[in-house]
Ligand binder design. Structure first.
Ligand code: RIB
Ligand code: CA
Length: 308
């Protein structure tokens, strides 16, 4: 029994690896890929998604671009992390797949309705998802679950309080966490625990494929940022953790919690306020990742890339 998913992403090195993982996962059927402005502008994240599909030789998957700006705020790209293109590092093939002639938000709605039910996997700012729930409220009945990469129980990464995806569009995130759709939040607490160390990068190279070499070079690029910014010896492949959660629910440990999104705080805007110990006596509205089996996660990644 496979799970129909839609990936909503802002490639982004970790989005790109998450996409490669999802495309070969036997547990998943990727029904569509939609892009959102985030790590880079919409035109760049969309080109990057098209290049990743070309690299993966999966130009059969429909891809469409969604929102170019957050719902009410100005876009804040992460060029300091992912570079000018949004996917700096190894040269990628020119895209041989174009976007479908449909708005990304509408493609999600149509695909979900046609499939009957899908799991939506956002790995960028939640602008497309917020707009989906506002523009197509009827789609909620076709969303089994939203498994998103974003937020944190603990500290943020782009500010001390906020993780990047939530920070870019907290208003959209607020809509998502207030919706009636089951939400699983895979945040920094999980992705930091799954950091992949530099010596593992060679295991991707040893696969002997263009895809394996490309993943290794993306990881090399991504590591340099994390060494400089955080002094880490490993890379959090954030978005791939969200895909891994849909593939195998045993890899990540989750707990039910009430999650509120801060949209106003001078120092805390974009924070996911996670009531881990139920002190507010508020009904949990999300399943939140708190730990991960790193070895199992790395094995999933290697098994996936080995299939290309
Ligand atoms: O904070 C990490 C998240 O922000 C990841 O999705 C990364 O791709 C960036 O979008
Ligand atoms: Ca991302």
């Amino acid at each position: 029994m496979t799970t129909d998913i839609i990936l909503d992403c802002d490639p982004g090195h970790d989005d790109a690896i998450a996409t490669l993982l999802a495309l070969t996962a036997p547990e998943l059927s990727v029904r569509a890929i939609t892009t959102v402005a985030g790590n880079q502008t919409l035109s760049k994240t969309t080109r990057n998604a098209r290049q990743v599909l070309t690299l993966a030789d999966r130009t059969d998957v429909p891809v469409a671009s969604g929102m170019a700006e957050p719902m009410v705020r100005d876009l804040m790209v992460a060029d300091d992390v992912h570079g000018e293109s949004g996917l700096d590092g190894p040269a990628l093939p020119e895209p041989t797949v174009d976007t479908v002639d449909e708005d990304g938000v509408d493609l999600i709605a149509r695909t979900a309705e046609q499939a009957g039910s899908v799991t939506l996997v956002p790995t960028g700012p939640l602008t497309n998802v917020g707009m989906l729930l506002k523009r197509h409220p009827e789609v909620e009945s076709h969303l089994d679950e939203i498994v998103l990469m974003g937020g944190a129980v603990g500290t943020g990464n782009y500010t001390p309080a906020a993780e990047y995806n939530i920070l870019v569009d907290p208003e959209a995130a607020d809509i998502v966490f207030r919706s009636d759709v089951p939400v699983t939040m895979i945040g920094l607490d999980v992705t930091r625990a799954a950091r992949v160390r530099a010596e593992t990068f060679d295991r991707f190279r040893q696969l002997g494929s263009d895809v394996g070499e490309t993943v290794a070079e993306w990881l090399d690029f991504f590591l340099r940022f994390h060494e400089d910014r955080f002094g880490w010896e490993g890379v959090p492949i954030h978005d791939a953790c969200a895909v891994a959660e849909v593939m195998d629910r045993d890899v990540i440990e989750t707990e039910p919690m009430h999650v509120a999104v801060e949209t106003d705080g001078e120092h805390t805007v974009g924070r996911t306020v996670c009531d881990r110990y139920g002190v507010l006596d508020a009904e949990p509205n999300a399943s939140v990742g708190v730990d991960i089996d790193r070895e199992a996660f790395v094995d999933l990644l290697l098994d996936s890339v080995a299939k290309y």
